[in-house]
Design a protein. Sequence first.
Length: 285
Amino acid sequence: MTDEHTRAGVAAALAVGDRYGLPTDAPEVLHFKSNVLVRLGPVVARVPGTTRLARPSPVDWLARDVDLSRYLTERDVLVVSPTTDPPAGPHFADGLPVTLWHYTPHEPGHTLPPREVAISLARVHAALADYPGELPGLGPVRELRTLLDRHGHTMGGAAPRLYEELERVTAALPSDGARPLHGDAHRGNVIVTAAGPCWLDFEDTWRGPLGWDLGVLYADAGPAALDAYPAEVEPSSLEPFIALRRLFEVPWRFVIALRFPERRGEAEAALERYFSTSRAPRQGH
């Protein structure tokens, strides 16, 4: 808990906790990477961490997370739910947005079988289908452009090649079938509770093809997850989305290294690995 983003996140969480009379005498930092999660008794405060570097306005993502999670909670879908008393926010303290969530007892570190993850994700998708609110389009494509625009100069001269890759990968994406998505549907965003699989982290939600969520899940959990999802989906149809996900991870690692310089080597290795493999399937064409 020594880096400035974690310290600032904890301070903002405590300030909002004090404002609403939450117990702040023994805060517990549950997570400190993309977001800083601070448990204050029955409530968890969520504050941008590394996402402060990646996004020009993190509050928009946090507000989206609250809105989608509330919508799903009201429809009896098992998700980590935003608080109502005190209000979930976003609140502001020291210039940082803070959202408040019910602490959800779960089994830390337990990984669900792919089948359970896929079936529970399908429930989320079904409930989101009629979501009436505004959602961004081009979610990961737009965010990847932002990462390159803001931090391309830190990527060792690779930014022009990464821009070219983004155009190549984006051109292969289907343009139809847009629907509300989770946006980051890997097993790290679903926890094991007594009531069953419970999804969280809807801040990356966007309106796009189902293949994005299923591609992320397939890359993380393998064919068993895709087989269990209640829709006919050919693995080959997910290749453009998996390619986009692979590309997305490279600039994101450089952003992580801005906050944690000791991880710069990971970013450089990911960059080298990407360019050594990304063209391989096209050789011989």
